[in-house]
Structures are given as C-alpha cells and as structure tokens.
Design a protein around this ligand. Structure first.
Ligand code: MF3
Ligand code: CO
Length: 259
C-alpha cells in the first residue's frame, strides 16, 4: 500500500532530509585515510543527538536478519556494497567509502547515501563513482507525476549498462517518510509492480552499481553485502517527493563535496 503524503507531512520529511544533508556536509571532510569507521559512527550518533533527531538505522531490523543493525550509519568500503558495519577498520588512501544514513525528526524519516573517495582513488574507482551518482540523477529526471515508476528503474539501468557496470538486483530504493521502508519498491532495473507516480509520493532512489558483475554475497556478520567478484561498488541515494505535479529532491546534493 502506497501512503501518499500531504503537504504538511512533506514539510516534516523535508526538514528531516535537510538535517541529514547538513550532517553529511560536516561529515564528508572527516572521511579521510587513517580514520576508524567506528569513530565516524560515534561522530554521527553525537551529531544527530545534538541536532534533536534519532538515527533510524540503529536497532533497525530487516527481513531475514535476526540481529538489529548495530550502528547509526552504514559504512561500506570498496567491494562492500551496502550495510557495512562500523568497526576498528581504518580507512585507507584510495578507498571508496559509501555512507548511508537516515534520521527521524518529529516522526519524519529521511534517507540518503553518498560514496566518498578517500584521498586519491584510481581512475577506475572515480569513474564508477561518478557514473553511479549520474545514475541517481537519471532516475530522478525520470520521476514525473503521472508517469510509471519503472521508467525510473529503466533510466538507472540504461546508464549503468552503457558503461558495462553491474546492477545489484537484490536491494532497491523504496517509499519512505513515515517509516524507513514503505511501498513502493524502487528497483534499479525494471522489475515487479509498476505503479503510477502520483502526487504525494515520497521515495528514495538508490542505485548500487558494481564495477564488475551485479552479483552479491552476504558476510557472516549477516549484514555486510559484498560483490561476489570482489570488484568495487558505489552507492548514491536521495529522498525525493512527487507533489504539485513537480519532483522535488528533498535531501540536498552532495556531489560538490565529493568531486
Ligand atoms: N539505507 C538503507 C536503505 O536505504 C537501510 C539500511 S538498513 C539498516 O534501505 F538497518 F541499516 F537501517
Ligand atoms: Co534507502
């Protein structure tokens, strides 16, 4: 069931999204070689608490996993696709560090992901990262009131495929705003239900694009999703709203802090 949001609710979701993006703007410069990923998680918990929000990922459970997610932010490095758990691991020069976080503010949820380049990365990594960010914007451009959702998926897929990249099929974007995960699912390739994008729809588009094949595996920690071929993966996400016949990106752009 797709929950359409009214303007008052969209205002609340927008505030949550602006808070999350403000956090990222301060966080991105701190993501550097030598930093432990657990230090980033502690910083994020502290920032969100001071801002009066709640980290939605902390303690969240998803189907098929018994253990609640143990951190405020997912940090996935290189061949890790999503759901990487912060640890004592130190970021190294040349790593691609994908950050994914969500905030609840006054009952409204935001969700945004960005892939950061630690120091100088290889040309191959930089290209994958840039094309994945572009996939997100191709998807957003295809999100139009009255059109069908899978045209978003098709736009993401076309751009990734045109560069020979693999698309992760097991995970997808999703409705959000009142709960972290709502209907509809927003896959990164055309697949499944194809609802009309109606005014009041709020959803996250989040391409997960691999330098090699799209196939993934899950580590023994039950959470960390990695590429099966151990090649690099990138992840970018915005929360958007279709309302008043227009499409609004509720989270702020972050690419100028990355490229
Ligand atoms: N950001 C992820 C998504 O967009 C959710 C992470 S799962 C969690 O679906 F448990 F870490 F919250
Ligand atoms: Co999401």
């Amino acid at each position: 069931m797709i929950r359409l949001k009214n303007e008052k609710q969209i205002d609340g979701i927008r505030k949550s999204c602006k808070m999350l993006s403000a956090m990222y703007r301060e966080l991105i410069p701190l993501v550097k070689p030598g930093v432990q990923t657990i230090e980033i998680d502690m910083w994020v918990r502290d920032w969100i608490a001071k801002a009066g929000g709640r980290p939605v990922f902390l303690g969240y459970t998803i189907k098929k996993i018994n253990a609640p997610y143990p951190a405020a932010i997912c940090i996935s490095i290189n061949e890790e696709v999503i759901h990487g758990i912060p640890s004592k691991r130190r970021i190294r020069e040349g790593d691609l560090v994908s950050l994914d976080c969500g905030i609840e503010l006054g009952g409204f949820i935001s969700d945004q992901a960005v892939s950061i380049e630690a120091g100088n990365v290889s040309g191959e990594i930089r290209k994958l990262n840039k094309i994945t960010m572009e996939c997100l914007y191709r998807g957003i451009e295809a999100a139009k009131a009255g059109d069908r959702l899978l045209q978003v998926s098709r736009a993401v897929e076309n751009h990734a495929k045109s560069h020979g990249y693999g698309i992760v099929q097991e995970y997808c974007g999703h409705g959000t705003g009142l709960y972290l995960h709502e209907d509809p699912q927003v896959p990164n390739y055309p697949h499944g239900p194809n609802p009309k994008m109606n005014n009041g729809m709020v959803f996250a588009i989040e391409p997960m694009i691999n330098a090699g094949a799209g196939n993934i595996e899950i580590l023994n920690d039950e959470w960390t999703v990695v590429t099966a071929d151990e090649k690099i993966s990138a992840h970018w996400e915005h929360t958007i709203a279709v309302h008043g016949g227009k499409t609004e990106i509720l989270t702020d752009p972050l690419e100028q802090y990355v490229f």
